[in-house]
Design a protein around this ligand. Structure first.
Ligand SMILES: Cc1ncc(COP(=O)(O)O)c(C=O)c1O
Length: 456
């Protein structure tokens, strides 16, 4: 934080609110496009779209107008008492964007809720079709699927799961396909197949008759830093799931709704899921919104058997759905997915340029505008920087002082390693990317100077 922002934070009233830490942040005063302003008039570039949420930027007039219209009509009508047009239309529009058969939509208010809905539908489908022995959901390590206890049982991120381990039914994990860390003689695609086969091994180890589903982020989020597997991985995963009657749940909470340049990241590989979770960019920060989109062939037997035993008070909230619908219209009418793809290429090229100049950048990865860079002590071995350097939080603070917001996590399951998501809104243009890269380079140089790292 700058001196003025620090002073402002320190002289403020104590807060009754608390989140993770005692850190205070400046108070937001306004936001427009890719920029946010605080009460001191400082401008920040939202280089991570918040937590990869504000996909169409801030204060979008189409979305604000749609929400105002909805507010005049009804802000809430309980789903068991009334249907609402915003939810119905949004469900139709989403279904039209999905692979064949993924037609049934269940709304939630966030990513954790969406993921839990997917798991509960899968389980109820198993019960409705005489497969009661199936209840295990295999996921990957590292991964992030949410913070509520059900979703957390799927999450592979040690610092977040460990305290709650005794309270959860922790689910089996297979390694995420971190092929870029492997030091072997296999080529890239062969490595992808090797990781996919780990799923087969785990299904067999658990007993296929007990395995309900496999859940994964097709392009990784914050826990892996935009991890993309080799092409070979995706098709083999689908085949293995089919072979053992295991449902494939794609967690597209972060990667979905256009951020990677396709509506679903899965489209890059023509990967067909059975169930998908969406949130974050879905209503793009204008309202809390998430969704499960499921194959109708899964939903029908559940409804037939007596109904889906699950629900949230705010499921299908008209205001949230009106926001989601307007966000979708904005993405479609301005072709923002094409912009994400094109600007993503330019930003990635720029990040690779930084990597060429700065030896402590070990990897640049991701698709579209879901991009990340990883810092290492040794690029050849990919040995992480010393833990105590706390690079993941320090660089974020250094960039913040310069008016650039990026998002970081520890790389290796939360235990060590440092990666940074650079994920501006999908409306970003080329001059803004140049600005982001300049601030990032300045921040990396300042971090290197503080940490005593070589810059050439
Ligand atoms: C891939 C993925 N799944 C699920 C979630 C949980 O979403 P929420 O924080 O909205 O509950 C997140 C949030 O970061 C995520 O990135």
């Amino acid at each position: 934080m700058t001196a003025s922002a620090v002073t402002a934070a320190e002289t403020r009233e104590p807060s009754n609110l608390f989140y993770q830490t005692r850190t205070r942040r400046p108070v937001v005063a306004g936001a427009e496009g890719i920029y946010i302003w605080d009460r001191q008039g400082r401008r920040y570039i939202d280089g991570s779209s918040g937590a990869m949420v504000a996909n169409i930027g801030h204060r979008n007039p189409r979305v604000l107008a749609a929400m105002r219209r909805q507010m005049e009509e009804a802000t809430f009508a309980y789903r068991l008492h009334f249907e609402n047009e915003a939810a119905e239309t949004l469900a139709k529009r989403i279904a039209a964007r999905m692979p064949e058969h993924l037609e049934r939509v269940f709304f939630a208010s966030g990513g954790s809720e969406a993921v839990e809905s997917c798991v509960k539908l899968a389980r109820q489908h198993a019960l409705a079709t005489g497969q009661a022995s199936r209840y295990k959901v295999i996921s990957r390590f590292p991964s992030y699927h949410g913070a509520t206890l059900g979703a957390l049982a799927l999450t592979g991120y040690a610092p977040m799961t460990a305290p709650f381990a005794p309270m959860m039914h922790e689910m089996p994990k297979v390694p995420a396909p971190t092929c870029y860390l492997d030091n072997d003689d296999l080529d890239w695609e062969a490595r992808g197949l090797r990781y996919a086969e780990m799923l087969r091994d785990e299904i067999r180890r658990q007993g296929a008759e007990t395995v309900l589903a496999f859940v994964m982020e097709p392009v990784g989020g914050a826990s892996t830093g935009a991890l993309v597997a080799p092409d070979s991985y995706y098709g083999r995963i689908r085949d293995i799931c089919d072979e053992y009657g295991v449902l494939l749940i794609l967690d597209e909470v972060m990667s979905g709704v256009g951020r990677t340049g396709r509506f679903l990241a899965a489209e890059h590989w023509r990967l067909r899921p059975d169930i998908v979770a969406l949130s974050k960019g879905f209503a793009a920060g204008y309202a809390p919104l998430g969704a499960m989109v499921a194959d109708r062939r899964l939903v029908e037997p559940v409804l037939e058997a007596g109904g889906f035993i699950h629900g949230y008070t705010y499921a299908g909230n008209p205001l949230a759905c009106a926001a989601g619908l307007a966000v979708l219209e904005e993405i479609e009418s301005r072709d923002l997915m094409a912009n994400a793809e094109q600007m993503g290429k330019i930003l990635k090229r720029g990040l690779r340029g930084l990597m060429a100049r700065l030896p402590f950048i070990g990897d640049v990865r991701g698709l579209g505008l879901l991009l990340a860079l990883e810092l290492v002590a040794d690029r050849r071995t990919m040995r992480p920087l010393p833990r105590e350097l706390e690079a993941h939080s320090r660089l974020v603070e250094i960039a913040y002082e310069r008016g650039l917001i990026i998002y970081s996590r520890r790389t290796r399951g939360g235990l060590e390693g440092d990666h940074f998501m650079v994920c501006p809104p999908m409306i970003v243009d080329e001059p803004q990317i140049t600005e982001i890269l300049a601030l990032l380079e300045e921040s990396l140089a300042a971090f290197a100077a503080q940490a005593g790292l070589p810059t050439a």
